[in-house]
Design a protein around this ligand. Structure first.
Ligand SMILES: Nc1ncnc2c1ncn2[C@@H]1O[C@H](COP(=O)(O)OP(=O)(O)O)[C@@H](O)[C@H]1O
Ligand SMILES: [Mg+2]
Length: 364
């Protein structure tokens, strides 16, 4: 189980949007996800289609009292989709901050961590949405987490306060005795403005490897999805918002693999100039002098080998497959002499929904 806290004391930098849509994309890939909503504003709960007012219990019951008097997370968790559950928030959580602070209660920053340890349902990911301050609720999230994502709006003031936040997390690491892998996620990027481009360069120059490759672009569909109480994965798989959060999901999933294999994580494909109606000609190359037949299938052609695919074959055994694709995240495999194979030249791989290994193509 990977527990990731999404933290930044600044409001409006994309914490909740990132939690909800990253959760949606991970669940879409069949990973079991629990969203823990630690913000009394309950935007993540609402963004996943659940009305906090309609619930009898929420995280308050889990965190207000020390165990064994507290409710368990299992009791308050509600389903929000296939592979996706949420431990909901509610306005009463704002009272918790004060209650715990004034009580000086023992173990008051460990309660979420303890609650997560006693979950009976197995989750692959726990994503914790934090309030816009670094109080007791956020400390609970940080103590429970093994990884931290700090969304940064790519604007003029993006980096203000980041160094202090990193310092706080560093201090906490010493105290809690486990490491926190912390990474920065550029959000709300508007490529049309010089401001945004400069902010992104500055973020990358200052924080280097701590910054995700993925950049979340501004996309109005993300706002619409929030208003409808759905992750973007349920609303529009062609939207930039989906492509970007799926790219983030895959970057997280590749983490371990990339570290193990120390490979460059960049798919090997070319884009052709022929652009029609927002679609691009994507050229995938398979090299095999011995193969007699090489076909391409993926979610873009309903997994029917070579459907809507132009094939070219060079005498040296290089097979070229050309498909027209709009922006999106696609999974595919080759069908080589009657056998399914992932793309050997593409290190981006995921476990396919039907088992086996699929290669992944991201067209942005
Ligand atoms: N990439 C994006 N494109 C467009 N709107 C966004 C994007 N990310 C966030 N927003 C919108 O910006 C506002 C603040 O985002 P939110 O995720 O709630 O921030 P936080 O949780 O950090 O306060 C929300 O209205 C949200 O819908
Ligand atoms: Mg929020």
């Amino acid at each position: 189980m990977r527990t990731i806290a999404v933290v930044n004391q600044k409001g409006g930098c994309g914490k909740t949007t990132s939690v909800v849509n990253l959760a949606g994309c991970l669940a879409e890939e069949n990973h079991r996800v629990l969203v823990v909503d630690m913000d009394p504003q309950a935007h993540a709960t609402i963004g996943l289609g659940i009305d906090p007012e309609a619930l009898d219990e929420n995280l308050y019951e889990v965190l207000a009292d020390p165990p064994p008097h507290a409710a368990s997370l299992d009791e308050v968790t509600v389903p929000a989709g296939d592979c996706l559950d949420v431990a909901p928030s509610g306005v009463i959580l704002s009272a918790l901050e004060q209650k715990l602070a004034s009580e000086g209660a023992t173990g008051r920053t460990e309660r979420l961590g303890i609650a997560l340890k006693s979950l009976s349902k197995p989750y692959d990911f726990v994503l914790i949405d934090c309030p816009p301050n670094v109080g007791i609720l956020t400390f609970n999230a940080l103590r429970a987490a093994t990884e931290v994502i700090v969304p940064l709006e790519t604007s003029y003031f993006a980096m203000q306060g980041v160094s202090r936040l990193l310092e706080t997390v560093g201090l906490l690491e010493d105290r809690i005795g486990h490491e926190l892998r912390i990474r920065l996620l550029p959000t709300l990027f508007d490529g049309r403005t010089r401001f945004a481009k400069r902010a992104l360069i500055e973020i990358r120059e200052t924080y280097k490897d701590l910054v995700f490759d993925t950049v979340i672009r501004q996309n109005v569909r993300l706002r619409e999805a929030a208003q409808r109480g759905q992750p973007i994965s349920k609303l529009d798989r062609r939207a930039y918002g989906f492509v970007d959060y799926m790219s983030l999901a895959l970057e997280l999933l590749f983490d371990n693999q990339a570290l193990d294999e120390e490979k460059e994580v960049a798919p090997e494909f070319e884009l052709e100039e022929s652009v029609s109606g927002g679609e691009k000609g994507v050229v995938l190359t398979y090299r095999s002098p011995v193969a007699r037949s090489v076909q391409l299938a993926g979610d873009f052609n309903g997994w029917v080998p070579d459907k809507n695919v132009d094939s070219r074959q060079a005498p040296d055994g290089t097979w070229e497959k050309v498909i027209q694709l709009g922006p999106g995240v696609y999974q595919y495999r080759y069908f080589v002499d009657g056998e399914w194979k992932p793309d050997p030249s593409n290190p981006r791989r995921v476990e396919g929904p039907a088992g086996g290994v699929n290669s992944v193509l991201i067209i942005s």
